[in-house]
Design a protein around this ligand. Structure first.
Ligand code: AMP
Length: 226
């Protein structure tokens, strides 16, 4: 990877494939994948104060308040492994969070390099969320029809048990999509105007999207091989 810090913000609705793509990119780019949803689920599993607070919102498909999320994610970004950049998945999710991120980066003379927007139709999103199963151990994402595990309900990567997220069940999934279109979708225009948004067809095959993302990263880094 080139020396320039690389901050990438993946934008897309729940089920668009941000987590799947971030996990693939993380391996090649050598920068950490920071998923705000995974951080919250970990806090819920550990029963921390943050977890107890977040659970109330997550169970209803609502967003955790901005001040809480900003603090959690900016703290994570200030850790040494993020000095060269990070792949943000699920944050920012509101204009307020986007402003806070920009401000924190600019204090260190840094900026967001690229905002891939992974676009998927509503119909496909609902279908994907309904069939999505996650590894309890390493958070790898599977789909019962499109990307099934090789062995029955076990993670291909670590053998962990697969489970369905509570908030992927139909009613909450629908609410999460409504919340996304109302509160997060405005970020698309915000980043488009900033000139760093790049749209990707999220209904293509996982590998093809990955290749397109690598090409966008190369473009953003100003070289041919990320
Ligand atoms: P995700 O795994 O990104 O779909 O996030 C799962 C849930 O965690 C969301 O439905 C929200 O309740 C909460 N959450 C994750 N990231 C954020 C964020 N940046 N701002 C507010 N709430 C969030």
């Amino acid at each position: 990877m080139a020396e320039k810090p690389l901050y990438i913000v993946l934008i897309g609705a729940p089920g668009a494939g941000k987590g799947t793509q971030a996990a693939l990119l993380e391996k090649e780019l050598g920068i950490p994948h920071i998923s705000s949803g995974d951080m919250l689920r970990e806090a819920v599993a550990k029963g921390t104060e943050l977890g107890r607070l977040a659970k109330n919102y997550m169970d209803r498909g609502e967003l955790v308040p901005d001040d809480v999320m900003v603090k959690v994610v900016l703290e994570r970004l200030s850790m040494p492994d993020c000095r060269k950049g990070a792949l943000l998945d699920g944050f920012p999710r509101t204009p307020e969070q986007a402003r806070a991120l920009e401000e924190a980066l600019s204090k260190e003379g840094k900026t967001i390099s690229l905002v891939p927007y992974i676009k998927v139709s509503m119909e496909k999103l609902l279908e994907r969320l309904a069939g999505r199963w996650i590894c309890r151990n390493c958070q790898a994402v599977y789909h019962l029809v499109y990307n099934p595990p090789k062995e029955d309900m076990k993670c291909d990567l670590c053998g962990g048990e697969l489970y369905q997220r509570e908030d992927d069940k139909p009613e909450t999934a629908r609410r999460r999509l409504e919340v996304y279109f109302a509160q997060t979708a405005p970020l698309i225009d915000y980043y488009r105007q900033a000139g760093i948004l790049r749209e990707i067809d999220g209904e293509k095959a996982i590998e093809e999207i990955h290749r397109e993302l690598l090409a966008l990263v190369a473009e953003a880094m100003g070289d041919d091989c990320p």
